[in-house]
Design a protein around this ligand. Structure first.
Ligand code: GLU
Length: 448
């Protein structure tokens, strides 16, 4: 079979790229019914062409720390596919980053971006640089050194990076500043920029807000809602914070947050202002939240039961994994179901392991895969590009409404596609097929 052949090929060529192989396998399995029905994709070798990025840049990043010691990190930009528009996708700075992780993220981005219906191709980049504990001067020095190579490969109509884990407004400022200096051109080469110099309202909130909008769509289709419901959230970055904010706005009760060191459970609801202060102003840890809040229970990650993430042991109606890949195991998925969880919405990229995903699909709960559910971030990035190109600055309400409409569209096209293939509750199948069809048709139209 076509899929088996391609999967074998990926396994043979990239045995060490575990996350990339996981993302490709999940995608191809979801495409099975489409590929059986439509021989044109095999004829045009679409899968073989899609699993290899158009271009993959690897470079060293040399910078000096505050002691003047020379440091070396590795940098990547993987431009996966530009059939639908300029390459588009974030940069991740985290010590775990390697080429397999960047490739999995870039691969996912292609189809996520297609689902937004905006004209964006897919890419991802990053470095194994660890921003944790670095001074502002060190962050700037690193970002400048990173851009000294990256600038050759990007441009407003060519490749438009943004943030991801470890890359927020501050890093984008330093990266953009260096780019501008080198090429002497003020252009929309980044999204997630500061509002005063070309950024878009709602970009910061977009992934979290979008995930909640997506959850509402899934639930509404089953005559359910989030009002008054307990929700658990992992992570404490941009995605988690604005998921919590939107959950409060729709009347839900978000009770957890976490980071790599541990989690807090605040039964009465997470104190959003406190969390924002700790994370956005002080750059602190979730443990600091518990120190300031009597009602909160802190559990260190080392005390989680083996093979589990403590966040998912808290009973909830809806779960929002918003931290990182494979943070939700099969055991976690089973615990969630046992505790009555009815809805899982992925704010992070591929947070559920393959086995966990199957547990959710089998149980037929509302399950929104990241590719669809977290597309709000890149969707507002697309709106930022549109504003930059037209020299406009739209107001908050206008952008929020567009975001809401895009998330609704993504849900509708995924759900309709799932129904078309006789598996109506399977949004993994629906989202993958809907995204793939768009990209594949563009590739066929444009020739090889
Ligand atoms: N890193 C985000 C994502 O995973 C946003 C990418 C972007 O805005 O380009 O979709």
């Amino acid at each position: 079979m076509y899929i088996t052949k391609v999967l074998k090929y990926v396994e043979g060529l990239y045995p060490q790229q575990v996350e990339f192989r996981q993302a490709v396998a999940a995608m191809l399995h979801a495409l099975t019914p489409l590929l059986k029905k439509e021989p044109k994709y095999e004829k045009h070798a679409i899968l073989e062409r899609l699993i290899e990025p158009d271009r993959q840049v690897f470079f060293k990043v040399v910078w000096a720390d505050d002691q003047g010691k020379i440091q070396i990190n590795r940098g990547w930009r993987v431009q996966f596919n530009n059939a639908l528009g300029p390459y588009k996708g974030g940069l991740r700075f985290h010590p775990s980053v390697n080429v397999g992780i960047i490739k999995f993220l870039g691969f996912e981005q292609v189809f996520k971006n297609a689902l937004t219906t905006l004209n964006m191709g897919g890419a991802k980049g990053g470095s194994d640089f660890d921003p944790k504990g670095k001074s502002d001067a060190e962050i700037m020095c690193f970002c400048q050194a990173y851009m000294d190579e990256l600038y050759r490969h990007i441009g407003a109509l060519r490749d438009v990076p943004a943030g991801d884990i470890g890359v927020g407004a501050r890093e984008i400022g330093y990266l953009f500043g260096r780019y501008k200096k080198i090429v002497d051109s003020f252009e929309g080469v980044f999204t997630g920029k500061n509002l005063d110099w070309g950024g878009s309202l709602v970009r910061k909130e977009a992934t979290g807000y979008g995930a909640v909008y997506f959850a509402q769509e899934m639930l509404e289709a089953r005559k359910e809602g989030l009002e008054g419901k307990v929700c658990t959230i992992s992570g404490s970055g941009n995605v988690a914070i604005y998921t919590i904010e939107k959950l409060y706005q729709v009347g839900a009760i978000p009770v957890t947050a976490s980071d790599s060191d541990g989690m807090v459970y605040d039964k009465r609801g997470i104190d959003l202002e406190l969390l924002k202060k700790i994370k956005e102003v002080q750059g602190g840890r979730v443990e600091d939240y518990a120190k300031h809040k009597k009602s909160a229970i802190y559990t260190a990650a080392k005390d989680y039961a083996k093979g589990t993430n403590g966040v998912w042991s808290v009973p909830c109606f809806a779960a929002f994994p918003s931290a990182t890949q494979n943070e939700l195991s099969e055991a976690d998925a089973k615990t969630l179901l046992q505790n009555g969880c009815k809805c899982v919405t992925e704010g992070a990229n591929m947070p559920s392991s393959t086995q966990a995903m199957h547990v959710f699909l089998k149980a037929k709960i509302c399950y929104g895969p990241g590719k669809a559910a977290n597309a709000g971030g890149v969707a507002v990035s697309g709106l930022e590009m549109a504003q930059n190109a037209g020299m406009h600055a739209w107001d908050f309400e206008t952008i929020d409404q567009k975001l809401r409409a895009i998330m609704k569209d993504i849900f509708t096209s995924s759900a309709q596609t799932a129904t078309e293939f006789k598996d109506p509750t399977n949004l993994v199948l629906g989202a993958n097929i809907a995204g793939f069809r768009k990209v594949a048709q563009a590739m066929i139209d444009q020739g090889f």
